[in-house]
Ligand binder design. Structure first.
Ligand SMILES: [Zn+2]
Length: 298
């Protein structure tokens, strides 16, 4: 298992495509095997290429088959480097930059990065149980200094839930795109990420009122953002990061970028294992075909 954030160590360990294949094969060995030719479930791992070979018919399944590395044409070594950079960066890493650094087309870089983002999506299995701040905000369109709800149709309406430690530090953050500011739209983030036992803080928006029956909500005046400082800081960081990496060609993909930003915040205390965790998720994730990621840039 690769641990840490050291790029020299990383390059030593993953010095060629074979080393990367071997890493994928080790993770895959934990995944249930069923031969796609004959249905047999017994296999052994071949030394050459690290594929899983069926004991009965000797069909070989490559380490990348049925994972998000399926049909990566530019080589696993480059693919691993891109994943490593995406876990390490706190600034923007755009498809254009990646394309130049790895001598691949922008479209190829964009498509692979979208697959990495899919693997970054939350499992939704650990709802916030203690202290959480919730707030709505907008992104895109004409920037104004006005906080909160807006009627500009070019703006995307978003909602954030930020978990705090007992000492008021940010622990985890989740984001969702919402259609409007109604109680029905707002409650999606509550249902997905917030436990009924959590203490929730929001502003005075009436959309939160109906949720007070099921969740412990304390509503405070926002005081131009001075209340709930932590969530406003996180939202500010998200917006400046999005402005760097998100462009008009990515309309309709904002959820994947929100997932990427969340993933890095939520795993920032597990920096040592963040790369390995993401590779594991990419191996266990089902295959995603190009047509399933729509609106690819030209
Ligand atoms: Zn077989």
């Amino acid at each position: 298992m690769f641990e840490g954030e050291n790029i020299i160590e990383f390059q030593k360990k993953f010095h060629n495509n074979d080393a990367c294949q071997s890493y994928l094969a080790d993770i895959k060995a934990t995944k249930v095997f069923q031969c796609k030719k004959c249905g047999n479930t017994k296999f052994s791992i071949r030394t050459k290429g690290h594929g899983r070979e069926c004991h009965l018919c000797h069909h070989v399944e490559s380490p990348t088959a049925n994972t998000l590395f399926h049909k990566v044409k530019f080589g696993l070594q480059k693919a691993f480097m891109i994943v490593f950079e995406m876990t390490a960066t706190t600034k923007g890493l755009s498809a254009s930059q990646v394309a130049k650094r790895y001598s691949i087309t922008r479209k190829t870089a964009w498509y692979f990065m979208q697959k990495v983002r899919l693997a970054m999506a939350s499992s939704n299995s650990f709802p916030i149980e203690d202290i959480v701040q919730v707030d709505e905000f907008v992104f895109g369109g004409v920037e104004t200094l006005k906080q909160g709800r807006s009627k500009d149709s070019n703006k995307k309406k978003l909602i954030a839930a930020v978990e705090l430690t007992n000492t008021g530090k940010v622990k985890r953050a989740y984001f969702q795109k919402i259609d409007d500011y109604s109680a029905k739209s707002i409650r999606q983030i509550f249902d997905t990420h917030i436990s009924k036992t959590a203490q929730v803080y929001t502003d005075k928006w009436t959309g939160y009122n109906p949720l007070g029956k099921e969740f412990n909500i304390i509503q405070k005046y926002s005081d131009k953002g001075n209340n709930m400082k932590q969530i406003h800081t996180v939202i500010h960081q998200l917006k400046s990061w999005l402005r760097n990496v998100y462009s008009w060609v990515d309309q309709g993909h904002i959820e994947k970028y929100l997932a990427e930003f969340s993933f890095r915040i939520n795993r920032s205390i597990f920096k040592q294992t963040i790369f390995d965790k993401l590779i594991q998720r990419m191996v266990l994730h089902e295959v995603v075909e190009f047509k399933m990621i729509k609106l690819a840039p030209k």
